[in-house]
Design a protein around this ligand. Structure first.
Ligand code: BTN
Length: 264
């Protein structure tokens, strides 16, 4: 079966939603995060601003990795000015956790699967396959400071013909449900939720950490986190600072940024 709905976005509906101060749409871009960086100052002036592309030719993942996606995937970046929502500099890194919670919220409303989870710091999984990746970048230019939140969600693209290393590790909404989705509606539902969760984070980080832990794939599991030296132990939780807490033979270790390279 192949996706049936048209892949184009309904730009009129996106602009009329009132969610964004500006919409920067391109049929094809190397990377929406890179374009958001290039246009950072004017976009920040109209925050929250959206950079949207039908397809990316050089999507970027965390840790200098590539982000593989094909037509039907949702790839966008949101430019957010933390000061607009009263978010402290200190809590800005937690925007990526808040975005993971928001994407989880959206997927829980769209998919019948109950096995949707968030993996610290900010991947979203269905069963043991990744469905969403988030690349959050803090930018300061000309004394102006903001965050670019880049989100890639496998929506109407099937992973059936993806390269082997991606196919075995990833899934899409289409692959889960054998049906295609209204891409514009998924975009609007996701971005509205991201901004809602960002506001909650600004009010009280516990409002993000609590749902994060409730849906955290790793709590109670044996994990290895590179930060950059490897730490292995049982993941207890994600604490109020957004750090993963790992119980090791030498006591609890708290890690603020790193890569989970193994979990059981
Ligand atoms: C990861 O899982 O490593 C993060 C992937 C982030 C991908 C998104 S797609 C939209 C935005 N533009 C990019 O180049 N990357 C992010």
């Amino acid at each position: 079966m192949s996706p049936a709905r048209p892949l184009m976005f309904d730009l009129g509906r996106i602009r009329k939603s009132g969610i964004f101060g500006h919409v920067e749409y391109h049929r094809s871009l190397p990377s929406t995060n890179t374009t958001a960086r290039e246009l950072f100052v004017p976009l920040l002036a109209h925050a929250p601003a959206l950079v949207l592309a039908d397809e990316q030719t050089a999507g970027r993942g965390r840790g200098m990795r590539e982000w593989w996606s094909t037509a039907g995937a949702l790839t966008f970046s949101l430019v957010i000015r933390p000061a607009d929502i009263g978010l402290s500099q200190e809590n800005c890194p937690m925007l990526s956790l808040a975005t993971g919670v928001a994407v989880h919220d959206m997927l829980a409303g769209e998919l019948t699967s109950t096995a949707i989870s968030i993996k610290w710091p900010n991947d979203v999984y269905v069963q043991h396959q990744k469905i969403c990746g988030i690349l959050s970048e803090h930018v300061t230019t000309d004394g102006q400071s903001g965050v670019i939140v880049g989100v890639g969600i496998n929506v109407n693209n099937s992973l059936a013909h993806a390269p082997d290393d991606v196919r075995f590790r990833a899934t899409s909404m289409f692959d889960e449900q054998q049906q295609s989705f209204d891409l514009t509606q998924i975009l609007l539902a996701t971005t509205a939720r991201i901004l809602h969760r960002a506001n909650e984070l600004a009010q009280d980080a516990a409002r993000i950490i609590q749902p994060f832990n409730q849906n955290h794939l790793l709590n109670g599991r044996r994990v290895t986190v590179n930060s950059p030296t490897p730490v292995t132990g049982i993941c207890r939780e994600v604490n109020q600072a957004g750090h993963i807490v790992i119980a090791t033979a030498d006591g609890d270790v708290r890690i603020g940024s790193g890569e989970v390279v193994e979990w059981q």
